[in-house]
Write a protein that binds this ligand. Structure first.
Ligand code: F3S
Length: 388
């Protein structure tokens, strides 16, 4: 693997032990995946942020580092709303450790936006090289924006944030970005909400595994693409997908599909992912809500009284951009929390059954929260929340 003279100096420890240690991580990853060089990155998104997932050893490692990010770098959701954690009934001893994790990242120059939707906040353009870690953000960056990122682990994303580069392999190379599977969707509804694409992604991820699928027969909008990719990355390992005539790399690939395996997914199969249940809590915002989704939720809740715990999750800056919608949601009895989500926070572990509008949450909630999960449309979720 070729290293520039500057990279060699870092690796030799001439810029301190932290930068040396982090360069060793990048070089080791590069060697494993046979990268021939490093590539400069425009931004990083760093996972391993919730104390629930990194624990004591992760906190000790972070606290031992002494360096600053050299590119814009955003943190993944943490285990609680940094300000309203008491309202979330977070155990104070957990909160103390979580605040130490946050302080450690802040010292390293990582922006405390704590979101899996960094694409709403940072400038990311077609063709940019990135080092993003959260799987749904990676799928969105590659597929919807046409940027290039592998799915980084927590340490490699942090190393990339500090050193401003990442090994050039995998999805950084055009040759690895062409579709190798066709998923033909039959009977997709013209009008549907984001959850339908979450349910489609829930099925499609299991079929695609780590292949790069090309969808035909669907015309998803932006937040629907977000849900589709998030679910596929959860039930499969999808980091990039294409949708004919929708995703930007149709300018690069002519979608020559002859010779590719083609699998059909029907609308009936998607409908079967939905099930009825009487949840004891409702959680929306996986991935974190957009401003449009917050307004939509506020509209549905107009004149309603929320009677079951209703959690809405979004990035702090997105919440700040939609004050009217957030005020309406909270007046009706729902809670709009920043920095965290239903999966990485311990707050939702108290429930038996959680209703979600996301294919990713449907897949993760049972494992990470120990609760049952059912998926419904956003409207169905809100009706359940208001049910007497
Ligand atoms: Fe984001 Fe949490 Fe879902 S990190 S994608 S809201 S599991």
């Amino acid at each position: 693997m070729y290293l520039t003279p500057e990279e060699e100096r870092v690796l030799a420890g001439e810029e301190g032990t932290t930068r040396q240690q982090l360069m060793e991580i990048l070089v080791a990853v590069g060697k494993v995946f046979e990268a021939d060089r490093m590539v400069p990155i425009r931004s990083a998104q760093v996972s391993g942020a919730s104390y629930k997932t990194i624990g004591r050893w992760g906190l000790e490692w972070l606290s031992s580092l002494d360096a600053r990010a050299s590119v814009p770098a955003i943190l993944n959701p943490v285990g609680m709303d940094r300000i309203r954690w008491k309202e979330m009934q977070i155990d104070p001893s957990f909160a103390q450790k979580q605040l130490e994790v946050i302080a450690a990242y802040e010292r390293l120059g990582i922006q405390l936006e704590c979101t899996c939707t960094p694409y709403y906040l940072t400038i990311t353009e077609y063709g940019d090289h990135l080092a993003w870690a959260e799987s749904s953000a990676v799928a969105y960056a590659n597929s919807v924006i046409g940027a290039r990122t592998n799915r980084e682990g927590g340490p490699s994303a942090l190393a990339a944030a500090i050193l401003g580069r990442t090994p050039c392999y995998g999805l950084h190379l055009v040759k690895n970005r062409s579709p190798d599977l066709v998923l033909e969707v039959e009977g997709a509804p013209d009008q549907c909400d984001e959850s339908w694409y979450g349910a489609l992604g829930y099925l499609a991820g299991k079929i695609a595994g780590n292949r790069v699928p090309l969808f035909t027969g669907i015309r998803p909008a932006r937040d629907q693409l977000k849900n589709l990719g998030a679910a596929m990355a959860a039930t499969g390992a999808t980091a990039l997908y294409h949708v004919r005539d929708i995703t930007p790399e149709s300018r690069v690939f002519k979608y020559e599909t002859s010779g590719l395996e083609t699998i059909t997914i029907t609308a009936d199969e998607v409908s079967a992912v939905y099930s009825s249940a009487d949840p004891d809590a409702i959680a929306i915002g996986c991935p974190h809500c957009s401003e449009e989704e917050l307004h939509k939720i506020a509209g549905f809740l107009a004149g309603c009284r929320v009677r079951k715990p209703l959690y809405i999750f979004a990035a702090r800056e997105i919440i700040a951009r939609a004050p009217d919608a957030v005020c309406k949601i909270e007046k009706s009895g729902g809670k709009v929390y920043a920095d965290t989500c239903m999966v990485v926070s311990p707050a939702l572990e108290q429930y038996q059954t959680i209703m979600v509008s996301s294919g990713k949450a449907l897949s993760y909630v049972p494992n990470m929260c120990g609760a049952g999960a059912v998926i419904g449309t956003i409207e169905e979720c809100l009706k359940q929340a208001c049910k007497e």
